[in-house]
Ligand binder design. Structure first.
Ligand SMILES: O=P(O)(O)O[C@H]1O[C@H](CO)[C@@H](O)[C@H]1O
Ligand SMILES: O=c1cc[nH]c(=O)[nH]1
Length: 254
């Protein structure tokens, strides 16, 4: 098999792995891989930092997606070409419901499609829904790790500022389409904002792949805009959940 376009890898490089842990941040890829067994770096190209490791002697890939839907869609497409069938996203997020605390873990059951990339895979009427069993494994992992967690709907936006209705910006202006949108999502029981799950869920559901998403809360937007929590501590908690979820799914597969 030829190397895939961006990741520059062949199927043989993945040694039969069918599950990938997909953080946004490239540096997070390394920090996750360091917690697994037998980790080796396969490639670092653009935003895609790719590691092969094992969990309970089964191969697993860790590959960063970068920020947003377009680069996520490339990572997922090319990993799927290489044999990956299950994608576990681990991200950071901003909560918009008052009962959610900084440091809590959010497991997304579905996403509001505020992205553009997902529309290249299926029309807007198609749901951005997570895979039930992979999401169940995320929940089991939260229970096992004893972390505070919530399940529900995530708003997944192409932009960090206007699409998440942020006014603490250079211009202070949010285009009319997004004015009042945060309040609407709050009233519709949306838990949080992030930037990749809509693309991930839609394309995986449409292509017959499996996806789940867990995120650590950096900030609660009902109280403040700029985080004051320790990012590494929040990340550590979410990473422990995704690694346990991967272990649960790989053990079920055996
Ligand atoms: O921490 P990651 O995985 O990058 O996730 C979140 O953080 C980034 C924005 O700061 C977006 O990618 C958003 O989805
Ligand atoms: O508020 C936030 C925090 C992290 N990531 C986002 O996309 N939004």
């Amino acid at each position: 098999m030829e190397k895939v376009f961006h990741l520059g890898l062949t199927k043989a490089d993945l040694q039969g792995a069918t599950l990938a842990i997909v953080p946004g941040d490239p540096e997070r890829s390394k920090r996750i891989a360091q917690q697994l067994d037998n980790a080796i770096c396969l490639a670092q190209t653009r935003e895609f930092h790719i590691y092969l490791a094992t969990i309970k002697e089964q191969p697993v890939v860790v590959c960063s997606t970068g920020i947003g839907g377009p680069s996520t869609s490339i990572a997922v497409e090319e990993l799927a070409q290489l044999g990956i069938k299950t994608f576990l996203r681990i991200g950071t997020t901003g909560a918009i419901q008052p009962q959610i605390d900084e440091g809590d873990i959010l497991v997304s059951t579905a996403s509001v499609r505020l992205d553009g990339a997902s529309q290249h895979f299926a029309p807007l009427a198609y749901p951005a829904v997570s895979d039930f069993h992979s999401t169940q494994a995320m929940v089991q992992a939260c229970e096992f790790e004893g972390v505070p967690y919530h399940t529900g709907i995530t708003a997944s936006s192409d932009t960090f500022y206007p699409g998440q209705e942020r006014y603490d910006t250079f211009s202070g202006y949010v285009s009319k389409a997004f004015q009042g949108s945060c309040e609407e999502w709050q009233k519709l029981n949306v838990m949080n904002y992030e930037m990749e799950s809509a693309t991930l869920f839609t394309m995986c559901a449409a292509l017959g792949l499996k996806a789940a998403c867990v995120a650590g809360v950096l900030v609660n937007r009902t109280r403040q805009e700029i985080p004051d929590v320790d990012h590494q501590l929040v990340e550590k908690r979410a990473v422990s959940v995704v690694i346990k979820a991967a272990e649960i799914l790989l053990t079920q597969e055996k």
